[in-house]
Design a protein around this ligand. Structure first.
Ligand SMILES: Cc1cc2nc3c(=O)[nH]c(=O)nc-3n(C[C@H](O)[C@H](O)[C@H](O)COP(=O)(O)OP(=O)(O)OC[C@H]3O[C@@H](n4cnc5c(N)ncnc54)[C@H](O)[C@@H]3O)c2cc1C
Length: 407
């Protein structure tokens, strides 16, 4: 294990915290809470820790937290530091905006911006948490609040009691449904074709070590390197009225993806064509929740604030949630965990709601048809890039673990 975060000393009997869900949000929260001195167990439905999909962007706001948790060496080993973020026109490839990412992010915000394979990121996070406290094959089916504790039960027959229960079980959260009732997420009108291309196959393109986004009518296409630079990750988003899983699953072929990006710049089409396979992902969404917690049970990550990935901040915000929850619980001591949980929720809600709104707005901005509105957008991006680390100070400089003590 590498250097640990600077956690305050705790002298009380540690509270027992159950985290439901071993995704990026749940595992990072578990690590934050454990390093803050709590007794933490993770309950994950899957028989092993897995992450579906290819790459993920980690902004400096999340990277700072992961590094404080002692994960810097693993992240540096597995990840890539993009030099630039570059937005381009779908058809002719002209630059709409281009901004430096590294080393500027580290200079401004004390942590780099990185791109990683999701499985690598999850492995690095898991390496910091004791494996024997991750209970695989535990699918939560119900819970009950008993005032001073929360009881939870699982499909495999196991039952547990915890002082605090955290639902980090994703957009279809069973914890959320237990707290606030069943309500299906809504199809957001977008599907993504996702794939990974070995770097040597596209070496002749001379791609910069950066993140490129191509924007066009009703679609956009993003690519960046992951896995120590060995793979190029791509995601091509297209708009659709309906999602029907059975109807769509057989469309996830390279040929389908190429058809979806017909007429796009040759670089985009070449990258798609070099993938052996690609798969499809439908985007679902929920409206912002007015509250996340009931008594000693709360939520984090996609369980309470799923967002369109068009700010690249869904997982980053889940990571921030864990740091903020740990800080609120430490600050409050054992006296009133429910009050600490409420404080966590109040602290986090405005920030993630802002990001949910911005991410939604980006769907419209990225997918404009060619015409006057698109020209106005391009001119605005040309004047003042909205993706530069300077312009995102409110997002990247925020320290989610800095919670003022109550007076
Ligand atoms: C194409 C795409 C690109 C993205 N790009 C980015 C990006 O660049 N940067 C970024 O920050 N975010 C990005 N996101 C968003 C990000 O992936 C999510 O916000 C993030 O993974 C949510 O993490 P989570 O831990 O909250 O939920 P999840 O990753 O969904 O994890 C939930 C976990 O809970 C488990 N679980 C579910 N139900 C139960 C149950 N009943 N009992 C026990 N366990 C259960 C699941 O098996 C899973 O392991 C992107 C999303 C998409 C779709």
């Amino acid at each position: 294990m590498e250097k640990r975060g600077d956690c305050p000393e705790r002298t009380e009997i540690p509270l027992r915290i159950a985290v439901i869900g071993g995704g990026i949000g749940g595992l990072t929260a578990a690590l934050s809470l454990r390093q803050a001195g709590f007794e933490v167990d993770v309950y994950e439905q899957a028989p092993e820790l897995t992450q579906i999909g290819g790459g993920i962007n980690m902004g400096p706001n999340a990277m700072r937290i992961l590094r404080r948790l002692g994960l810097a060496a693993g992240l540096d080993r597995e990840g890539v530091r993009p030099l630039f973020t570059h937005q381009r026109c779908w058809r002719d490839g002209r630059t709409l905006q281009r901004a430096p990412l590294n080393p500027l992010c580290e200079e401004l915000y004390g942590a780099p911006h990185m791109t990683l394979h999701r499985a690598d990121l999850l492995d690095v996070i898991a390496s910091g948490f004791p494996a024997e406290r991750i209970h695989l094959g535990h699918r939560l089916t119900g819970l009950a609040d008993h005032g001073g504790s929360t009881e939870a039960w699982f499909e495999n027959g196991a039952r547990i009691t915890a002082d605090i229960l955290v639902g980090a079980d994703g957009i279809h959260s069973a914890v959320r449904a237990s707290l606030f009732g069943e309500e299906s997420p809504v199809f957001a009108g977008c599907v993504a074709y996702r794939g990974l291309v070995p770097a040597e196959r596209i070496a002749d393109l001379g791609l910069e070590i950066g993140s490129q986004s191509w924007v066009g009518p009703g679609a956009h296409f993003v690519h960046y390197f992951v896995s120590r630079g060995r793979l190029l990750n791509f995601v091509g988003w297209t708009e659709h009225d309906e999602w029907n899983r059975e109807d769509w699953t057989d469309r996830a072929t390279v040929a389908r993806a190429l058809a979806a990006f017909e007429g796009w710049h040759p670089q985009v089409r070449r990258i798609i064509a070099e993938a052996d396979t690609c798969f499809i992902w439908a985007l679902f969404d929920r409206d912002p929740l007015p509250r996340w917690s009931v008594s000693r049970t709360t939520l984090l990550g996609d369980a309470c604030h799923p967002m369109y990935p068009f700010m690249g901040q869904g997982a980053a915000q889940a990571i921030e949630d864990g740091a903020a929850l740990a800080a609120c619980l430490v600050t409050a001591g054992n006296a009133d965990p429910a009050a600490a949980v409420r404080r966590y929720e109040q602290h986090r809600l405005p920030r993630v709601t802002r990001l949910q709104d911005m991410s939604r707005a980006n769907k419209t901005r990225f997918h404009m048809r060619d015409g006057p509105a698109q020209e106005a957008r391009d001119a605005e991006w040309g004047r003042a890039g909205d993706r530069s680390p300077d312009a995102l100070r409110w997002l990247y400089a925020h320290d989610a673990g800095a919670i003022e003590p109550l007076v």
